[in-house]
Write a protein of this length. Structure first.
Length: 105
């Protein structure tokens, strides 16, 4: 993710590394979201920020418990949510409910 170097009391510079180019949004986001009734029915939750789909760069916590992204292993699907687009995720049935607190980072 690069190296930060303090050059003076008011200036910090960032040195990029090769790993930076794998992440289009190098600034980490952290958002708390409370599930609405409409989201409980549709199971789609907006992240309100861009993340990279497919490299598990997004961490999702439901009421403080880390949720797993849906992946296939030996023909069986495991996980709690699917990364739908760069701005939203879709939960499996019965995972989220109205009033649940989701932390996205």
């Amino acid at each position: 993710m690069g190296f930060l170097e303090k050059t003076s009391t008011r200036k910090i510079t960032k040195t990029s590394t090769g790993a930076d180019y794998n992440h289009p949004s190098p600034v980490l986001k952290d958002e708390i979201h409370i599930v609405t009734a409409a989201e409980e029915i549709s199971k789609v939750v907006s992240t309100n920020f861009q993340y990279t789909v497919g490299i598990t760069s997004l961490e999702v916590y439901l009421n403080g418990v880390l949720q797993r992204v849906k992946e296939e292993y030996d023909g069986v699907w495991y996980g709690d949510y699917t990364e739908t687009s760069t701005y939203s995720i879709t939960f499996e049935s019965g995972i989220i409910f109205e009033g649940a607190i989701i932390r996205l980072e």
